[in-house]
Design a binder for this molecule. Structure first.
Ligand SMILES: [Mn+2]
Length: 424
Protein backbone atom coordinates (compact mmCIF):
# COMPACT_ATOMS: atom_id res chain seq x y z
CA UNK A 1 0.00 0.00 0.00
CA UNK A 2 1.03 3.57 -0.56
CA UNK A 3 0.65 6.32 1.99
CA UNK A 4 -1.31 9.35 0.89
CA UNK A 5 0.98 12.34 1.56
CA UNK A 6 -1.97 14.59 2.32
CA UNK A 7 -2.95 12.25 5.17
CA UNK A 8 0.53 12.66 6.69
CA UNK A 9 0.20 16.41 6.33
CA UNK A 10 -3.24 16.42 7.93
CA UNK A 11 -1.99 14.34 10.84
CA UNK A 12 1.05 16.62 11.29
CA UNK A 13 -1.05 19.78 11.22
CA UNK A 14 -2.95 18.70 14.32
CA UNK A 15 0.32 18.18 16.23
CA UNK A 16 2.25 21.12 14.85
CA UNK A 17 1.75 23.73 17.57
CA UNK A 18 2.82 21.43 20.37
CA UNK A 19 5.81 20.30 18.30
CA UNK A 20 6.84 23.87 17.54
CA UNK A 21 7.04 24.72 21.24
CA UNK A 22 9.18 21.67 21.99
CA UNK A 23 11.43 22.30 19.01
CA UNK A 24 11.99 25.98 19.83
CA UNK A 25 12.94 24.99 23.36
CA UNK A 26 15.31 22.23 22.19
CA UNK A 27 16.92 24.38 19.50
CA UNK A 28 17.33 27.49 21.61
CA UNK A 29 20.94 26.97 22.61
CA UNK A 30 22.15 25.17 19.49
CA UNK A 31 23.80 27.71 17.19
CA UNK A 32 24.02 25.54 14.08
CA UNK A 33 20.67 23.81 14.41
CA UNK A 34 19.90 23.94 10.68
CA UNK A 35 23.18 22.28 9.88
CA UNK A 36 22.37 19.50 12.35
CA UNK A 37 18.89 19.08 10.92
CA UNK A 38 20.31 18.83 7.42
CA UNK A 39 22.69 16.10 8.54
CA UNK A 40 19.77 14.23 10.09
CA UNK A 41 17.78 14.59 6.86
CA UNK A 42 20.68 13.13 4.86
CA UNK A 43 21.07 10.12 7.13
CA UNK A 44 19.36 6.88 6.12
CA UNK A 45 19.31 3.40 7.57
CA UNK A 46 18.73 0.40 5.33
CA UNK A 47 16.01 -2.07 6.18
CA UNK A 48 16.81 -5.73 5.57
CA UNK A 49 14.29 -7.69 3.57
CA UNK A 50 14.03 -10.27 6.36
CA UNK A 51 12.98 -7.83 9.09
CA UNK A 52 9.50 -7.21 7.70
CA UNK A 53 7.97 -10.41 9.01
CA UNK A 54 7.65 -11.54 12.59
CA UNK A 55 10.85 -13.19 13.69
CA UNK A 56 10.75 -16.23 15.82
CA UNK A 57 12.75 -18.26 18.22
CA UNK A 58 13.48 -21.95 17.92
CA UNK A 59 10.45 -22.44 20.16
CA UNK A 60 7.94 -20.84 17.88
CA UNK A 61 6.85 -18.08 15.59
CA UNK A 62 3.69 -16.08 16.04
CA UNK A 63 2.95 -14.11 12.88
CA UNK A 64 0.61 -11.17 13.20
CA UNK A 65 -0.90 -11.27 9.72
CA UNK A 66 -0.50 -9.14 6.62
CA UNK A 67 3.18 -9.99 6.31
CA UNK A 68 4.78 -9.36 2.93
CA UNK A 69 4.85 -12.60 0.97
CA UNK A 70 6.86 -11.38 -2.02
CA UNK A 71 9.87 -9.19 -2.64
CA UNK A 72 7.54 -6.57 -4.13
CA UNK A 73 5.47 -6.50 -0.94
CA UNK A 74 8.62 -6.26 1.17
CA UNK A 75 9.65 -3.24 -0.84
CA UNK A 76 6.20 -1.75 -0.35
CA UNK A 77 6.66 -2.14 3.40
CA UNK A 78 10.05 -0.42 3.35
CA UNK A 79 8.51 2.29 1.16
CA UNK A 80 5.83 2.71 3.79
CA UNK A 81 8.42 3.08 6.57
CA UNK A 82 10.35 5.58 4.48
CA UNK A 83 7.22 7.61 3.74
CA UNK A 84 6.62 7.89 7.49
CA UNK A 85 10.12 8.57 8.78
CA UNK A 86 12.07 9.68 5.66
CA UNK A 87 15.09 7.84 7.07
CA UNK A 88 14.62 4.31 5.72
CA UNK A 89 15.42 4.93 2.08
CA UNK A 90 17.24 1.67 1.34
CA UNK A 91 16.57 -2.06 1.35
CA UNK A 92 19.14 -4.78 1.87
CA UNK A 93 18.34 -8.03 0.07
CA UNK A 94 19.09 -11.47 1.31
CA UNK A 95 19.84 -14.04 -1.38
CA UNK A 96 18.33 -16.60 -1.93
CA UNK A 97 15.36 -15.51 0.21
CA UNK A 98 14.64 -12.56 -2.06
CA UNK A 99 15.85 -13.17 -5.58
CA UNK A 100 14.56 -10.52 -7.99
CA UNK A 101 12.94 -12.02 -11.07
CA UNK A 102 12.75 -8.91 -13.19
CA UNK A 103 15.46 -6.41 -12.37
CA UNK A 104 13.98 -3.53 -14.35
CA UNK A 105 10.59 -3.88 -12.65
CA UNK A 106 12.12 -4.20 -9.20
CA UNK A 107 14.32 -1.16 -9.80
CA UNK A 108 11.45 0.97 -10.99
CA UNK A 109 9.34 -0.16 -8.02
CA UNK A 110 12.22 0.87 -5.73
CA UNK A 111 12.47 4.25 -7.45
CA UNK A 112 8.74 4.80 -7.01
CA UNK A 113 9.24 4.47 -3.24
CA UNK A 114 12.46 6.51 -3.33
CA UNK A 115 14.46 3.44 -2.21
CA UNK A 116 18.02 2.43 -3.01
CA UNK A 117 19.52 -1.04 -2.82
CA UNK A 118 21.97 -1.39 0.03
CA UNK A 119 24.50 -4.23 0.44
CA UNK A 120 23.39 -7.65 -0.76
CA UNK A 121 23.71 -10.56 1.65
CA UNK A 122 24.75 -14.10 0.83
CA UNK A 123 23.57 -17.15 2.72
CA UNK A 124 25.76 -20.18 3.25
CA UNK A 125 24.45 -20.82 6.75
CA UNK A 126 21.55 -22.94 5.52
CA UNK A 127 21.14 -25.65 2.93
CA UNK A 128 18.70 -24.65 0.22
CA UNK A 129 16.33 -27.02 -1.52
CA UNK A 130 18.09 -28.89 -4.35
CA UNK A 131 21.50 -27.81 -3.10
CA UNK A 132 24.11 -30.39 -4.03
CA UNK A 133 26.49 -30.25 -1.07
CA UNK A 134 25.69 -29.49 2.55
CA UNK A 135 26.96 -26.63 4.71
CA UNK A 136 26.49 -28.68 7.88
CA UNK A 137 30.22 -28.40 8.59
CA UNK A 138 30.71 -24.95 7.17
CA UNK A 139 31.01 -23.27 3.80
CA UNK A 140 33.99 -21.08 2.90
CA UNK A 141 36.16 -22.85 5.49
CA UNK A 142 34.99 -26.38 4.68
CA UNK A 143 37.54 -29.20 4.59
CA UNK A 144 36.09 -30.31 1.24
CA UNK A 145 37.14 -28.09 -1.64
CA UNK A 146 33.96 -28.86 -3.58
CA UNK A 147 31.83 -27.40 -0.77
CA UNK A 148 34.00 -24.29 -0.68
CA UNK A 149 33.64 -23.96 -4.44
CA UNK A 150 29.86 -24.16 -4.20
CA UNK A 151 29.81 -21.44 -1.51
CA UNK A 152 32.16 -19.22 -3.53
CA UNK A 153 29.91 -19.62 -6.57
CA UNK A 154 26.88 -18.63 -4.51
CA UNK A 155 28.61 -15.44 -3.34
CA UNK A 156 29.53 -14.59 -6.93
CA UNK A 157 25.87 -15.11 -7.92
CA UNK A 158 24.83 -12.71 -5.17
CA UNK A 159 27.26 -10.10 -6.49
CA UNK A 160 25.68 -10.50 -9.95
CA UNK A 161 22.19 -9.84 -8.56
CA UNK A 162 23.57 -6.83 -6.70
CA UNK A 163 25.19 -5.39 -9.82
CA UNK A 164 21.85 -5.54 -11.65
CA UNK A 165 20.13 -3.67 -8.83
CA UNK A 166 22.79 -1.03 -8.25
CA UNK A 167 24.11 -2.33 -4.92
CA UNK A 168 27.71 -1.53 -4.12
CA UNK A 169 28.61 -4.11 -1.51
CA UNK A 170 28.39 -7.77 -0.58
CA UNK A 171 27.99 -8.72 3.06
CA UNK A 172 29.40 -12.10 4.00
CA UNK A 173 28.34 -13.54 7.30
CA UNK A 174 29.59 -17.06 7.91
CA UNK A 175 28.19 -19.47 10.44
CA UNK A 176 31.37 -21.52 9.92
CA UNK A 177 32.98 -22.74 13.10
CA UNK A 178 33.10 -25.73 15.39
CA UNK A 179 31.00 -26.99 18.25
CA UNK A 180 33.58 -29.11 20.02
CA UNK A 181 37.28 -28.89 20.85
CA UNK A 182 39.35 -30.84 18.36
CA UNK A 183 36.72 -30.67 15.63
CA UNK A 184 38.64 -28.15 13.56
CA UNK A 185 42.17 -27.16 12.72
CA UNK A 186 41.88 -23.39 13.31
CA UNK A 187 44.76 -22.47 11.00
CA UNK A 188 43.50 -24.59 8.12
CA UNK A 189 39.97 -23.24 8.62
CA UNK A 190 41.33 -19.70 8.45
CA UNK A 191 43.41 -20.39 5.36
CA UNK A 192 40.55 -22.11 3.53
CA UNK A 193 38.31 -19.16 4.34
CA UNK A 194 40.93 -16.69 3.14
CA UNK A 195 41.40 -18.51 -0.16
CA UNK A 196 37.63 -18.64 -0.67
CA UNK A 197 37.26 -14.96 0.14
CA UNK A 198 40.07 -14.16 -2.30
CA UNK A 199 38.07 -15.73 -5.11
CA UNK A 200 34.97 -13.77 -4.12
CA UNK A 201 37.04 -10.59 -3.81
CA UNK A 202 38.34 -11.11 -7.35
CA UNK A 203 34.73 -11.10 -8.62
CA UNK A 204 33.94 -7.69 -7.08
CA UNK A 205 33.45 -4.82 -9.52
CA UNK A 206 35.85 -1.89 -9.23
CA UNK A 207 33.53 0.28 -7.14
CA UNK A 208 32.31 -2.51 -4.84
CA UNK A 209 33.22 -3.55 -1.32
CA UNK A 210 32.96 -6.78 0.60
CA UNK A 211 31.84 -6.50 4.22
CA UNK A 212 33.13 -9.25 6.49
CA UNK A 213 30.78 -9.70 9.42
CA UNK A 214 31.91 -11.44 12.57
CA UNK A 215 30.06 -13.15 15.39
CA UNK A 216 31.41 -14.54 18.64
CA UNK A 217 29.21 -17.64 18.80
CA UNK A 218 26.10 -19.29 17.41
CA UNK A 219 25.33 -21.45 15.61
CA UNK A 220 28.72 -22.85 16.52
CA UNK A 221 29.50 -22.84 20.22
CA UNK A 222 33.19 -23.63 20.54
CA UNK A 223 34.81 -21.57 17.77
CA UNK A 224 33.66 -19.27 15.02
CA UNK A 225 35.96 -18.93 12.05
CA UNK A 226 35.19 -15.21 11.83
CA UNK A 227 34.51 -14.78 15.53
CA UNK A 228 35.61 -11.28 16.38
CA UNK A 229 36.83 -8.03 14.90
CA UNK A 230 40.45 -9.18 15.03
CA UNK A 231 39.74 -12.17 12.82
CA UNK A 232 37.60 -10.11 10.47
CA UNK A 233 40.29 -7.42 10.26
CA UNK A 234 42.94 -10.06 9.49
CA UNK A 235 40.87 -11.20 6.52
CA UNK A 236 40.10 -7.63 5.44
CA UNK A 237 43.76 -6.60 5.59
CA UNK A 238 44.94 -9.64 3.68
CA UNK A 239 42.25 -9.25 1.01
CA UNK A 240 42.83 -5.60 0.17
CA UNK A 241 41.22 -2.15 0.13
CA UNK A 242 37.76 -3.31 -0.94
CA UNK A 243 37.41 -5.56 2.11
CA UNK A 244 36.22 -4.11 5.41
CA UNK A 245 34.94 -5.23 8.78
CA UNK A 246 31.22 -5.11 9.51
CA UNK A 247 30.12 -4.62 13.12
CA UNK A 248 26.84 -6.20 14.22
CA UNK A 249 26.04 -4.93 17.71
CA UNK A 250 24.64 -8.28 18.86
CA UNK A 251 27.66 -10.31 17.79
CA UNK A 252 29.98 -9.57 20.72
CA UNK A 253 30.73 -11.22 24.00
CA UNK A 254 28.84 -9.57 26.87
CA UNK A 255 30.14 -6.12 27.86
CA UNK A 256 32.55 -5.80 24.92
CA UNK A 257 33.61 -2.20 24.40
CA UNK A 258 32.08 -1.81 20.96
CA UNK A 259 32.73 1.94 20.81
CA UNK A 260 36.47 1.32 21.12
CA UNK A 261 36.35 -1.34 18.40
CA UNK A 262 34.58 1.15 16.15
CA UNK A 263 37.10 3.91 16.85
CA UNK A 264 40.07 1.72 15.93
CA UNK A 265 38.48 0.19 12.83
CA UNK A 266 37.65 3.71 11.63
CA UNK A 267 41.20 4.84 12.32
CA UNK A 268 42.46 2.02 10.10
CA UNK A 269 39.96 2.87 7.35
CA UNK A 270 38.57 -0.64 7.77
CA UNK A 271 35.11 -0.07 9.20
CA UNK A 272 32.50 -1.20 6.67
CA UNK A 273 29.42 -0.25 8.58
CA UNK A 274 26.85 -1.45 11.02
CA UNK A 275 24.13 -3.89 11.74
CA UNK A 276 22.02 -2.30 14.46
CA UNK A 277 20.03 -4.18 17.08
CA UNK A 278 20.11 -4.45 20.85
CA UNK A 279 20.55 -7.26 23.31
CA UNK A 280 20.71 -8.16 26.94
CA UNK A 281 22.13 -11.66 26.88
CA UNK A 282 23.38 -12.60 23.43
CA UNK A 283 22.33 -12.05 19.85
CA UNK A 284 18.85 -11.17 21.07
CA UNK A 285 17.80 -9.11 18.04
CA UNK A 286 15.91 -6.64 20.20
CA UNK A 287 14.80 -3.20 19.07
CA UNK A 288 17.72 -0.78 18.69
CA UNK A 289 18.15 1.30 21.84
CA UNK A 290 15.73 -0.82 23.86
CA UNK A 291 18.35 -2.04 26.35
CA UNK A 292 21.51 0.04 26.12
CA UNK A 293 20.76 3.46 24.66
CA UNK A 294 23.82 5.00 26.34
CA UNK A 295 26.09 2.47 24.66
CA UNK A 296 24.47 3.28 21.33
CA UNK A 297 25.19 6.96 21.92
CA UNK A 298 28.81 6.23 22.85
CA UNK A 299 29.18 4.26 19.62
CA UNK A 300 27.73 7.12 17.58
CA UNK A 301 29.97 9.53 19.42
CA UNK A 302 33.02 7.57 18.22
CA UNK A 303 31.55 7.23 14.75
CA UNK A 304 31.03 10.96 14.32
CA UNK A 305 34.40 11.81 15.85
CA UNK A 306 36.23 9.21 13.78
CA UNK A 307 34.44 9.97 10.51
CA UNK A 308 35.05 13.69 10.93
CA UNK A 309 38.73 13.01 11.61
CA UNK A 310 38.93 11.25 8.23
CA UNK A 311 36.74 13.76 6.39
CA UNK A 312 34.09 11.11 5.71
CA UNK A 313 30.48 11.67 4.73
CA UNK A 314 28.32 10.42 7.62
CA UNK A 315 25.43 9.41 5.40
CA UNK A 316 27.29 7.75 2.55
CA UNK A 317 30.70 6.44 3.56
CA UNK A 318 29.60 3.62 5.84
CA UNK A 319 26.85 1.02 5.48
CA UNK A 320 24.01 1.48 7.98
CA UNK A 321 21.50 -1.28 8.41
CA UNK A 322 19.12 -2.67 10.98
CA UNK A 323 19.55 -6.37 11.62
CA UNK A 324 16.84 -7.52 13.98
CA UNK A 325 13.54 -9.26 13.94
CA UNK A 326 11.74 -10.76 16.85
CA UNK A 327 8.68 -12.37 18.13
CA UNK A 328 6.24 -10.11 19.89
CA UNK A 329 5.86 -6.82 18.04
CA UNK A 330 4.44 -5.64 14.76
CA UNK A 331 7.63 -5.67 12.67
CA UNK A 332 6.87 -2.32 11.05
CA UNK A 333 6.25 -0.58 14.36
CA UNK A 334 9.42 -2.15 15.69
CA UNK A 335 11.44 -0.88 12.73
CA UNK A 336 10.04 2.62 13.23
CA UNK A 337 11.22 2.44 16.85
CA UNK A 338 14.65 1.18 15.79
CA UNK A 339 15.21 3.89 13.19
CA UNK A 340 14.06 6.51 15.70
CA UNK A 341 16.57 5.23 18.27
CA UNK A 342 19.36 5.44 15.69
CA UNK A 343 18.39 8.97 14.68
CA UNK A 344 18.29 10.09 18.33
CA UNK A 345 21.76 8.66 18.96
CA UNK A 346 23.11 10.27 15.82
CA UNK A 347 21.56 13.61 16.83
CA UNK A 348 23.13 13.31 20.27
CA UNK A 349 26.53 12.57 18.74
CA UNK A 350 26.25 15.65 16.52
CA UNK A 351 25.58 17.77 19.60
CA UNK A 352 28.67 16.72 21.57
CA UNK A 353 30.87 19.72 22.40
CA UNK A 354 34.03 18.33 20.76
CA UNK A 355 36.30 21.18 21.74
CA UNK A 356 35.37 20.87 25.37
CA UNK A 357 35.68 17.09 25.27
CA UNK A 358 39.08 17.23 23.57
CA UNK A 359 40.34 19.77 26.09
CA UNK A 360 39.11 17.63 28.98
CA UNK A 361 40.79 14.56 27.49
CA UNK A 362 44.07 16.39 26.93
CA UNK A 363 44.16 17.67 30.49
CA UNK A 364 42.94 14.39 31.99
CA UNK A 365 39.89 16.10 33.42
CA UNK A 366 37.90 12.93 33.82
CA UNK A 367 34.91 14.59 35.44
CA UNK A 368 34.41 17.20 32.71
CA UNK A 369 34.85 14.57 29.98
CA UNK A 370 32.12 12.50 31.58
CA UNK A 371 29.93 15.59 32.07
CA UNK A 372 30.21 16.53 28.39
CA UNK A 373 29.00 13.13 27.27
CA UNK A 374 26.33 12.65 29.89
CA UNK A 375 24.92 16.17 29.56
CA UNK A 376 24.55 15.56 25.85
CA UNK A 377 22.96 12.18 26.36
CA UNK A 378 20.49 13.65 28.84
CA UNK A 379 19.41 16.34 26.40
CA UNK A 380 16.00 15.68 24.88
CA UNK A 381 16.53 15.69 21.10
CA UNK A 382 13.25 14.09 20.09
CA UNK A 383 11.82 17.37 18.77
CA UNK A 384 14.99 17.97 16.71
CA UNK A 385 14.72 14.56 15.06
CA UNK A 386 10.98 15.13 14.52
CA UNK A 387 11.71 18.51 12.91
CA UNK A 388 14.12 16.82 10.47
CA UNK A 389 11.41 14.30 9.69
CA UNK A 390 8.70 16.84 8.90
CA UNK A 391 11.05 19.06 6.90
CA UNK A 392 11.63 16.10 4.59
CA UNK A 393 7.94 15.24 4.32
CA UNK A 394 7.63 12.53 6.98
CA UNK A 395 5.27 12.15 9.87
CA UNK A 396 5.66 13.99 13.16
CA UNK A 397 4.71 10.80 14.95
CA UNK A 398 5.19 7.75 12.70
CA UNK A 399 3.86 5.17 15.16
CA UNK A 400 0.90 7.38 16.09
CA UNK A 401 0.09 7.73 12.40
CA UNK A 402 0.54 3.99 11.77
CA UNK A 403 -1.97 3.26 14.54
CA UNK A 404 -4.44 6.00 13.66
CA UNK A 405 -4.56 4.91 10.04
CA UNK A 406 -4.88 1.25 11.10
CA UNK A 407 -2.14 0.34 8.65
CA UNK A 408 -1.66 -3.22 9.89
CA UNK A 409 -5.40 -3.86 9.53
CA UNK A 410 -5.22 -2.52 5.97
CA UNK A 411 -2.26 -4.81 5.21
CA UNK A 412 -4.13 -7.79 6.63
CA UNK A 413 -7.15 -6.89 4.49
CA UNK A 414 -4.91 -6.79 1.40
CA UNK A 415 -2.64 -9.74 2.06
CA UNK A 416 -4.63 -11.94 4.39
CA UNK A 417 -4.37 -13.00 7.99
CA UNK A 418 -2.05 -15.92 7.29
CA UNK A 419 0.36 -14.23 4.89
CA UNK A 420 3.88 -15.07 6.06
CA UNK A 421 7.08 -13.29 5.13
CA UNK A 422 9.34 -15.53 3.12
CA UNK A 423 12.85 -16.31 4.20
CA UNK A 424 12.75 -16.48 7.96
MN1 LIG B 1 24.14 -8.99 11.10
Amino acid sequence: MRIDKSKIQEYNDALLNAHKRKFDFAAEHIPDINNIINQLIEFNVAIPSWALGTGGTRFGRFPGGGEPGTLEQKMEDVGLLHALNQSSGAISLHIPWDIPENYAEIKSLAASFDLKFDAVNSNTFQDQKDQELSYKFGSLHHTNKAVRKQAIQHNIEVIKHGIELGSKALTVWLSDGSCFPGQLNFRKAFQNTLESLEEIYAALPEDWKVFIEYKCSEPNFYSMTVGDWGQSLLFANKLGPKAKTLVDLGHHLPNANIEQIVALLLMEGKLAGFHFNDSKYGDDDLTVGAMKPYQLFLIFNELVEGMDARGMNHAKDLGWMIDASHNVKDPLEDLLQSVEAIMLSYAHALLVDRQKLNAAQESNDVVVAQEVLQNTFRTDVRAIVAEARIRSGGSLDPIGFFREQKIRAQLIAQRGKSSIATGL
